[in-house]
Ligand binder design. Structure first.
Ligand code: ZN
Length: 120
């Protein structure tokens, strides 16, 4: 773990406590070009969200490709004596759909005209 001390080489993050409105906070990360280049050879930038009350720490690093990323993670785990477990599910964030009209919206009240769950 080698975080840059130069502000331009650091990632920038925003924490949205309500996220998509489903009560799950969303972490949004921006990677400026200088930070991207800093991390290119496996150096890291990290975020400790325990300081914001969330039980998670985030580490980001750059690498050549997918195989390189996996070999680095396997190496770190091996040094710690841990197995590497793979999970091929799609972890992409999906849009929230209104439970009444089915369109993309906030789950606790729709704002779309014609929806029976419309909230003013
Ligand atoms: Zn709706």
């Amino acid at each position: 773990m080698v975080d840059s001390k130069k502000p331009d080489e650091r990632i920038i993050f925003m924490l949205s406590p309500e996220g998509q409105g489903d009560g799950v906070p969303m972490l949004i990360i921006a990677i400026p070009k200088a930070a991207w280049e800093y991390m290119a050879d496996t150096k890291t930038n990290t975020v400790d969200l325990t300081k914001a009350g969330l039980p998670i720490k985030v580490m980001i690093f750059g690498c050549d490709d997918r195989a390189h990323a996996m070999s680095i993670m396997e190496e770190w785990n091996a040094k710690a004596g841990l197995p590497t477990q793979y999970d091929d599910r799609d972890f992409g964030v999906q849009p929230i759909r209104c439970s009444r009209c089915g369109k993309n919206n906030r789950p606790n009240g729709c704002f779309l005209a014609g929806c029976p769950m419309i909230r003013k």
